[in-house]
Design a protein around this ligand. Structure first.
Ligand SMILES: [Zn+2]
Length: 76
């Protein structure tokens, strides 16, 4: 569990782990996270939690015809 003695929120740490920093103000102390043992530990917990959730999530492959149809309309 996250030690709450560090001022960064779980939301900020989750954004850091997920690479979704663009939704936060430029002054968000991203550099703090890698240097702080509490935040680093929390990020590791978030990654482990994400991995665990993905391992239980159902995965369904779209039918081949649908995949082909989507591939024709998507430009990379
Ligand atoms: Zn910290």
């Amino acid at each position: 569990m996250l030690n709450l003695s560090c001022p960064l929120s779980w939301e900020i740490l989750s954004a850091y782990v997920d690479g979704e920093r663009e939704h936060f103000p430029p002054a968000t102390p991203w550099n703090h996270i890698a240097a702080c043992p509490i935040c680093s530990e929390a990020c590791m917990q978030i990654r482990n939690q994400n991995r665990l959730i993905r391992s239980f999530a159902p995965y369904h492959l779209a039918p081949r015809r649908l995949r082909k149809s989507i591939a024709k309309t998507v430009r990379f």
